[in-house]
Design a protein around this ligand. Structure first.
Ligand code: SF4
Length: 348
């Protein structure tokens, strides 16, 4: 099939810019957007590519926190971008889960919880799906970001050192991680943002190994145990893979809980005659159905509206105008601490 006129125009700009430009796209982008990206990946892969890239300009097809992470990683030790920049074609594309935690609230929670048990280090672990100010609080208190792919490793690293963890913003990701690491449910206490002291007694804090912020991805958290039952009945021989942002009671019924990359790798490595039910964002599931060469069913189609906001028109418009509203700049005073938290993850 011939490329669309829009894609041809974008590709003309890409050829003109050559290696001075890198277009990154998340797996949840539409297929037409993916077609004009230099690299497609999950949050961790794209963070690494942004960190390694020498490109002058990065166009990030994804949501705000991803473009912010790229901007944090292209800065030097003094927080300067040295002529490099990150651009988000859909500047209104945010992440409802990231917006469930802000820096001031996380700092207040950390102060409250650390005061309850001053002798046990309270280390923040922050999902990369968070805003820059939240990453900065995490870095300031010796913590690390994590992704759905490396969350087990990061959480285990700090627990093995005897630390207590304050995990934000996704309660389901950390609950799934703790379950898979073999901890009982009593090892996790839920911090409820709207309640004084997060609704926790000192005794509950002292008993917990991990305090979970009460945020969630509204898209993945919408899966229910009923969805699993319906899919199992319809496809009894299929293997069920689900993203760990799904509620723990649901994820526990799957055959495997896997990050975006983990789900893709499992399907790609499988024999051609295998059948899968996949529980994650539908743009990715649809693409897997078309390209993976396996029989794949959606657990239930779920779409992230924000991820779907980026269009070819907007990408072309960035090339034509370099409009400042698409230029993503993390405030200078947040960069150093935020960078510490992301670099600690990349080093672990
Ligand atoms: S799928 Fe969920 S976590 Fe990912 S960008 Fe959308 S709302 Fe945020």
């Amino acid at each position: 099939m011939n490329p669309s006129p829009l894609l041809e125009k974008i590709n003309t700009f890409r050829r003109e810019w050559g290696e001075r430009l890198l277009i990154l796209g998340h797996h949840y982008q539409t297929s037409e957007v993916v077609a004009c990206c230099d690299a497609v990946g999950d949050s961790l892969e794209l963070s690494r590519l942004a960190a390694q890239s020498k490109a002058e300009r990065i166009i990030f097809c994804g949501v705000r926190f991803m473009a912010e992470t790229a901007d944090i990683l292209i800065r030097d030790a003094n927080g300067n971008a040295n002529g490099r920049s990150v651009w988000q074609p859909a500047p209104t594309a945010g992440c409802p889960m990231a917006d469930m935690a802000d820096g001031a609230s996380l700092e207040a929670a950390w102060q409250t919880l650390q005061a309850i048990d001053p002798t046990t280090p309270l280390t923040p672990v922050v999902y990369v799906n968070s805003n820059a100010e939240v990453k900065a609080v995490c870095g300031k208190h010796g913590g690390s970001t994590c992704t759905s792919g490396n969350g087990h490793r990061v959480v285990k690293h700090f627990l093995n050192q005897g630390h207590r963890i304050l995990f934000a913003p996704d309660q389901h990701l950390c609950t799934n991680i703790m379950r898979e690491l073999g901890y009982p449910t009593s090892a996790v206490a839920l911090w409820r943002r709207e309640l004084p002291n997060g609704g926790l007694t000192a005794e509950q804090v002292l008993q917990a190994r991990l305090i979970a912020w009460d945020g969630c991805c509204p898209i993945h958290a919408s899966y229910t145990t009923g969805d699993i039952q319906v899919a199992r009945l319809a496809h009894p021989d299929a293997e069920l893979l689900i993203h760990p942002e799904a509620p723990s009671a649901v994820a526990a019924l799957a055959d495997h809980t896997g990050s975006t990359k983990g789900i893709i790798d499992t399907i790609q490595r499988a024999d051609p005659d295998r059948t899968f039910i996949v529980g994650t964002e539908e743009h990715l599931v649809e693409r897997l159905k078309r390209t993976a060469g396996k029989t794949i069913f959606s657990l239930r189609p779920i779409l992230c509206t924000d991820m779907g906001l980026t269009t070819l028109e907007q990408i072309l418009s960035v090339f034509e105008t370099w409009d400042e509203t698409c230029h993503v700049v993390v405030p200078h005073d947040l960069v150093a601490d935020a960078r510490i938290s992301v670099e600690r993850m990349l080093a672990l």
